[in-house]
Write a protein that binds this ligand. Structure first.
Ligand code: HEC
Ligand code: HEC
Length: 425
């Protein structure tokens, strides 16, 4: 039943055109028609994401402007429910070679300062492509300030991170390499040169970036390849996208778009408006030591203090614990908090958040709805991705069978509650 949304390169027999084929996608690379939207279940027609207004679904413009780019045509295969492809920067056109390279890099622990972590370490299949912890655990088991978000559809976000501090995936990739996630600090370019010189990588970098012989691989190349790969991680085709909601989920949807008012912020293909809102989680005295000001720290305005970017709700049933600080252990608690108007004890919250006075049965329907956003795919795992302290820590070479998966989830839950305890002490 599980099919990977990983795109596999398909090289055309005639000509040099390479494209990507993704399971279940429309063979012509056209986005799934949106005729299913706005049907009898009251699903509203989604607005176009602000960032994507100028892009047509199969606009080939992403290949323009980089003469050295490999002569590969790129065709997006969009899953149902994702109506526009990710925005691609002019200086990092998509290609099958680059995506394949990025995939390998994403799975390679040698990219971290001590060889302990790959990007995948904190964005694991079994954990909703997050890490099951309240707060992420970086190299040297240093706890990071925030909760790991899912990696699905990151190409659709207008800005990256809970506070939107990175405008592009490329910038985010460099930040992850440099910062506590991978721990390289000023050593990003040195690490890139080292990785790029490995026999198993040298050709791949040369091909993906049309490098002249002897040219050094830099951090920029790492970030670009990683980003190209991440843009292919599209989550659609969920029960929500295919309009196959169960009865409770249908009731949940009516609440989501109606009485519960969730659609105000959790909107568009990725169930996020891309804007910053104050929900009140983790808020307090802005002057307190170690407090997370969220968007306020980035914009430098008090008005933005404690605001965070609306997260996607895709895969949300699998990414416990919740919120930017992982302070809420279960999905039900998270839904109750949102439906009762946010956390109002310390600061005023966004006015779109109100106490909706939902019954327990209505909360249950909303919780049921959220699992209709579960992503059907999984990242194709390369190599041993076990990490002490994250997930089940064992070797995960591929999507585990159902029993193993259930175990992994149990371990994740144990992790989650443990992580929670750690974060409150
Ligand atoms: C130690 C755990 C950890 C590792 C390793 C890690 N990440 Fe993350 N990732 C996180 C956390 C935590 C955040 C959120 C941080 C924040 O918002 O301040 C995040 C956020 C992201 C985001 C933004 C998601 C969003 O919704 O805005 C992307 C994209 C991402 N990571 C990709 C990567 C890539 C690429 C790598 C490897 C270079 C990587 N991550 C390695 C923990 C990790
Ligand atoms: C005012 C905009 C807004 C509205 C309305 C809203 N949300 Fe959210 N939601 C957010 C923001 C912003 C966050 C992240 C806050 C944080 O981490 O501090 C969030 C977080 C969540 C999370 C946790 C996601 C995660 O990955 O940790 C869930 C679940 C959620 N919302 C569900 C809902 C539901 C259900 C409703 C309707 C009852 C709703 N939200 C209404 C903006 C909103």
């Amino acid at each position: 039943m599980l099919h990977a949304w990983i795109c596999v390169p398909v090289v055309a027999i005639v000509g040099a055109a390479a494209s990507m084929a993704c399971g279940g996608a429309d063979p012509k690379g056209k986005p799934a028609a949106s005729e299913a939207k706005g049907k009898a279940d009251g699903k509203p027609t989604k607005a176009t994401p602000p960032e994507a207004n100028d892009r047509k679904p199969d606009d080939p413009a992403e290949d323009a402007g980089t003469p050295a780019a490999p002569a590969a045509a790129w065709a997006w295969r969009l899953p149902k429910g994702i109506n526009l492809p990710p925005k691609v920067p002019d200086d990092n056109p998509m290609s099958a070679d680059k995506v394949e390279l990025g995939h390998r890099l994403f799975m390679d622990k040698r990219l971290s300062v001590d060889g302990s972590r790959s990007c995948y370490s904190c964005h694991q299949n079994e954990l909703g492509n997050a890490d099951g912890r309240a707060k992420a655990l970086g190299p040297g088991n240093k706890e990071l300030p925030r909760n790991s978000p899912t990696i699905w559809n990151v190409g659709l976000h207008a800005a990256l991170y809970w506070d939107g501090r990175s405008a592009t995936l490329e910038a985010q990739g460099l930040a992850a390499l440099k910062g506590g996630n991978m721990g390289l600090g000023d050593g990003v370019d040195a690490k890139a040169a080292e990785i790029g010189a490995l026999p198993e990588y040298a050709d791949a970098f040369a091909k993906a970036f049309a490098l002249a012989p002897g040219a050094k691989v830099t951090g920029d190349h790492l970030a670009k390849a990683l980003s190209a790969y991440e843009r292919t991680l599209l989550c659609g085709d969920t029960a929500y996208d295919t309009q196959t909601l169960s009865e409770p989920q249908q009731r949940g949807w009516q609440l989501f778009v109606g009485k519960a008012g969730c659609i105000t912020c959790h909107t568009q293909d990725n169930l996020s408006d891309g804007l910053y809102h104050r929900v009140g989680v983790g808020a307090g005295d802005p002057a307190a030591a170690g407090i997370d000001l969220g968007r306020g720290k980035i914009s430098g305005t008090a008005e933005d203090n404690f605001k965070f970017r609306t997260p996607t709700l895709r895969n949300v049933s699998k990414t416990a614990p919740y919120f930017h600080d992982g302070s809420v252990a279960t999905l039900e608690e998270a839904v109750r908090l949102m439906a009762s108007g946010g956390k109002r004890d310390a600061v005023p919250v966004d006015e779109a958040l109100q106490d909706r006075r939902l019954s327990d049965a209505e909360i249950a329907d909303l919780v049921a709805l959220l699992s209709a956003f579960d992503c059907p795919g999984s990242l194709e795992v390369i190599g041993d991705q076990g990490v002490d302290g994250i997930g089940s820590g064992g070797s995960k070479k591929s999507e585990p069978p159902a029993e193993a998966k259930a175990e992994g989830e149990k371990a994740a839950e144990a992790e989650a509650s443990q992580g929670k305890r750690e974060s409150v002490k």
